[in-house]
Design a protein around this ligand. Structure first.
Ligand code: ADP
Length: 621
């Protein structure tokens, strides 16, 4: 064995890389530990594999683990593994040249962007060389698993060359000793080290011990097969990753091999903190590649509207050192996103079918996200539509139905799906919009959240049937043959010439406030209602747009008049006796109809007008 120390120059690319690593002001230097631990874990994995192939290995009984020690007086940090180790040639090849994945990609990106962007370091990880971000000197003591190999020490200050000399008495594996540089002394600290390990390396499949204390106690349950995992293990894992105190509401654990290899474990929490007023949630699912964290709370692997999910997605098809920017437009990631989203939606559909109670709970707290998805996500729109739930005129109060339920019990003659927005079931049922539906015995969905009309308008249709708001001006309800003829007696209506003149006069009285005043085919009990001539805009949508933007133009509405209503024939009579008072009446009817449409009116003139009308009523006594 040679006893002399040999000095070698680094390959030119390594020199460049080291120069960037050492002189950059990169702030997230913590990742150096993730890189070294990953290398150790790989080396342990390789050894485990090799041991199956070759019986005769060095130190066969050394336990497979990673040990981390530090000395806060000497400012050193030591990472030791009992992995496969490196021979002299391997040390030269692996640590003196760039032939391997991570650093190579880093270089490619550096030359492509042609800029010295220090943040690229964090995004790529530069593997072993990251050690030089925190160390002024790095020593690598390694002894290969091969029975007759020798031990070697590799050492460098990162300045252009490294030395190699023989080292005796080593165990199998690799020990990396970092002489921390002056502004990195904080890494010789138990709390700091444990924190970094917890963040990045919690699920490394070998024990990581800091001064003998095992830090990674939570197992990467997602890679194990479902039937081997106990309920408590899932719960413990969930609490760890979601920082939660209670059990999850729902859980989905699955793996697929095609189109790419994915193992995922997703949880729906019990509570929705967004509706509880905690502000917008950050995504809660992290991306791993073979148990090593790539992107924590990733924005790339799930659509924004699934931000309430907690969990882990692991794909070995992704390169470990992929950058966050690269994640955004990576084809694999796009595929990943689609596969996971579809699978989760399928799971929700199964839950709705097999465990209605859980689904109801889910819907109550998280339904709003699916509605958000329906308005944003074209790809998954149809699957989301099936998961939506609403009350309806034919559901019991508080009970929800799906669009499929609705379609299933539709009358043969009915071709379209109807809905109406309002603040509550009571408000909707006492308003004018439902009258015709009751009259025709048609079911109508109750949209009781502001977003609902946007959802319906984005969906456009369900199962080939148009979704129509009941406040559309052009709505024509089908004759079902179940109409209550007594309730709507058309012979009581005003004669056509009287009616035509009345409608024309009403339009004059209301002026620009309405676009048209028309005879209603639908009203039964109310004298009038407001409808929207623009089929895409409902009164509820308009209310929201105006609430968020004061300058939103008020679109002109139509008013429909129930010509069989007593109050309307009363207005016609009053017009002859006292036109001014008849005007007040029609203005009040308009304001009332606007209130029932949920649209803002100007209260001052309305209040004085109602007093006027009341005084008049008293006089008539
Ligand atoms: P990468 O891990 O992306 O290949 P690194 O610069 O981190 O790049 O490491 C270069 C090579 O050095 C690794 O591929 C591996 O062969 C070897 N190596 C690094 N650390 C260890 C270790 N602890 N044990 C054995 N081999 C190692």
């Amino acid at each position: 064995m040679s006893t002399k120390t040999e000095t070698n120059e680094f390959q030119a690319e390594v020199k460049q890389l080291l120069d960037i690593v050492i002189h950059s002001l990169y702030t997230e230097r913590d990742i150096f530990l993730r890189e070294l631990i990953s290398n150790s874990a790989d080396a342990l994995e390789k050894f485990r594999h090799q041991q199956l192939l070759e019986e005769d290995v060095f130190d066969p009984d050394a336990s497979l683990e990673i040990n981390i020690n530090f000395d806060d007086k000497e400012h050193t940090l030591t990472i030791t593994d009992s992995g496969i180790g490196m021979t002299r040639e391997e040390l030269v090849e692996n640590l003196g040249t760039i032939a391997h994945s991570g650093s190579k990609n880093f270089f490619k990106a550096m030359s492509e962007t042609n800029r010295k962007d220090v943040n690229l370091i964090g995004q790529f990880g530069v593997g072993f060389y990251a050690a030089f971000m925190v160390a002024k000197k790095v020593r690598v003591l390694s002894r290969s698993y091969k029975k007759d190999a020798d031990g070697w020490e590799w050492s460098s200050d990162g300045a252009g060359s490294y030395t190699i000399s023989a080292a005796d008495g080593l165990h199998r594996g690799t020990k990396i000793i970092l002489d921390l540089n002056d502004d990195s002394h904080k890494y010789a600290d138990e709390f700091t080290i444990k924190n970094i390990i917890e963040q990045y390396s919690s699920f490394v499949p070998f024990p990581i011990k800091v001064k003998g204390d095992k830090v990674n106690t939570v197992q990467a349950v997602w890679i194990r097969s479902k039937n081997e995992i106990k309920e408590e293990e899932y719960t413990e894992f969930y609490k760890f990753i979601a920082n939660a105190a209670d059990d999850p509401l729902l859980r989905l654990h699955f793996s697929v091999d095609a189109p790419l290899a994915i193992k995922a474990l997703l949880f729906v929490p019990q509570e929705n903190f967004e509706i509880l007023g905690f502000g917008r949630q950050d995504p809660g699912v992290s991306l791993y590649c073979r148990k090593v964290l790539i992107d924590q709370h990733s924005e790339n692997i799930l659509p924004d509207w699934l931000r309430f999910l907690k969990g882990v997605v692991d794909s070995e098809d992704l390169p470990l050192n992929i950058s966050r920017q690269a994640l955004q437009d990576n084809m694999l990631v796009t595929k990943l996103k689609k596969v996971i989203t579809s699978r989760f939606l399928k799971f929700l559909a199964e839950t709705a079918k097999n465990d209605a109670e859980s689904y109801e709970k889910f819907w109550k707290n998280f339904g709003i996200y699916l509605k958000e998805g329906a308005t944003q996500d074209f790809t998954h729109r149809d699957s989301i539509a099936k998961l939506l739930r609403f009350e309806s005129s034919k559901s019991e109060p508080g009970k929800l139905i799906s669009l499929e339920d609705y379609v299933e019990r539709m009358d043969d003659k009915q071709k379209e799906i109807y809905y109406i927005n309002g603040p509550s079931r009571d408000a909707l049922e006492s308003g004018p919009y439902l009258e015709a539906f009751k009259q025709h015995d048609l079911e109508i969905l109750y949209a009781m959240e502001p977003i609902d009309d946007f959802v319906f308008s984005h969906l456009g249709e369900f199962d080939g049937r148009k979704l129509l708001s009941a406040d559309r001006a052009d709505l024509h309800l089908p004759e079902t043959g179940k109409e209550d003829k007594d309730k709507k007696d058309e012979t009581k209506e005003l004669d056509k010439p009287v009616a035509d003149s009345l409608l024309k006069w009403m339009k004059e009285v209301l002026g620009d406030k309405v676009k048209e005043v028309n005879k209603s085919e639908r009203l039964v009990d109310s004298p009038a209602m407001i409808v929207n001539p623009d089929g895409y805009m409902t009164s509820s949508m308009e209310r929201i747009m105006r609430a968020t933007n004061q300058d939103h133009p008020v679109s002109a509405k139509n008013m429909e008049i129930n010509l069989g209503h007593k109050l309307i024939s009363g207005v016609a009579d009053m017009r002859i006796k006292d036109e001014e008072f008849a005007k007040s009446m029609i203005e009040q009817i308009y304001d009332n109809a606007m209130i029932q449409a949920g649209l803002l009116i100007e209260p001052r003139s309305m209040v004085s007008r109602t007093y006027e009308i009341m005084e008049r009523a008293l006089k008539a006594e």
